[in-house]
Design a protein around this ligand. Structure first.
Ligand SMILES: [Ca+2]
Ligand SMILES: [Ca+2]
Ligand SMILES: [Ca+2]
Ligand SMILES: [Ca+2]
Length: 250
């Protein structure tokens, strides 16, 4: 009986991991996407929803507490996301965008331009853009000193959200991201890459949900992460845990 249970739980885990390993697609947009928190562009009608339902930190939230899903699109200049978030209480108690930003309600977008994987904690090998409710975009840069390690990358990610006035009052978060290669630095930013069909990006999206606690109450992502010593909060350190997003033309 115990063996059977173990087998069933490993099978469930395998199917969960294989689902997350599937490459997802971003759909090409032939016309401009206006970042206004409204998904009324033609490309959003074509793109499919993907769930944000993989717990990385904290207890599993109820659907009213947090639930989320996203669509992805692209053109030559940018990657676009339409993210729908249900969160019962919006929280932004750290006004300084460089302080404990992960303990406020935050949309986190993980991006690895060349799908290299590997450590990116103090490098630009990959980005972990923390998009705050006020639109600030924070990540660790390549300075390892605790005082200097957080950088604002507001020119990489443009975002606007709107909120429905009908229960469960979902936010629609529309985001445009310039995709920078690993040669990026604050002093020599260079240019974002020109995106093209069939390019694959290392990618994951997640939400930090806090509803009034000292620390975020849960952190839920789009891709299952195999725990290391019980820890699934690996995305901000290791780009190898990201999923893959392929840029396609319909
Ligand atoms: Ca729009
Ligand atoms: Ca919540
Ligand atoms: Ca990389
Ligand atoms: Ca919240």
């Amino acid at each position: 009986m115990i063996l059977q249970k173990k087998l069933l739980s490993s099978l469930a885990m395998l199917s969960c991991l294989s689902a997350s390993a599937q490459a997802e697609n971003a759909i090409f947009s032939a016309s401009p996407v206006t970042i206004d928190g409204k998904g009324n562009e033609a490309v959003w009608a074509k793109a499919e929803w993907h769930p944000i339902d993989q717990l990385m930190v904290g207890e599993k939230p109820t659907p009213q507490d947090f639930s989320g899903r996203y669509k992805a699109a692209w053109d030559q200049g940018q990657l676009y996301l339409l993210v729908e978030i249900v969160d019962d209480k919006l929280e932004d108690t750290h006004p300084n965008p460089k302080v404990q930003y992960w303990d406020d309600d935050t949309l986190e977008i993980f991006l690895d331009e060349d799908t290299s994987g590997g450590n990116h904690l103090h490098s630009y090998n990959a980005f972990a853009y923390h998009v705050a409710l006020d639109g600030n975009v924070a990540d660790f840069g390549n300075n390892t000193s605790e005082k200097e390690q957080v950088v604002l990358l507001n020119d990489h990610v443009k975002s606007v959200w709107t909120r429905s006035d009908e229960a469960p009052f979902p936010l629609t978060w529309e985001v445009a991201i310039k995709v920078y290669p690993d040669s990026y630095s604050m002093s020599k930013p260079g240019k974002p890459v020109v995106l093209s069909e069939n390019k694959t990006l290392g990618f994951m999206v997640a939400y930090c949900d806090n509803d009034g606690s000292a620390e975020r109450e849960h952190f839920v992502g789009s891709h299952a992460i195999e725990p290391v010593n019980g820890d699934m909060n690996r995305g901000y350190i290791d780009a190898s845990v990201f999923g893959k997003l392929t840029l396609v033309k319909p």
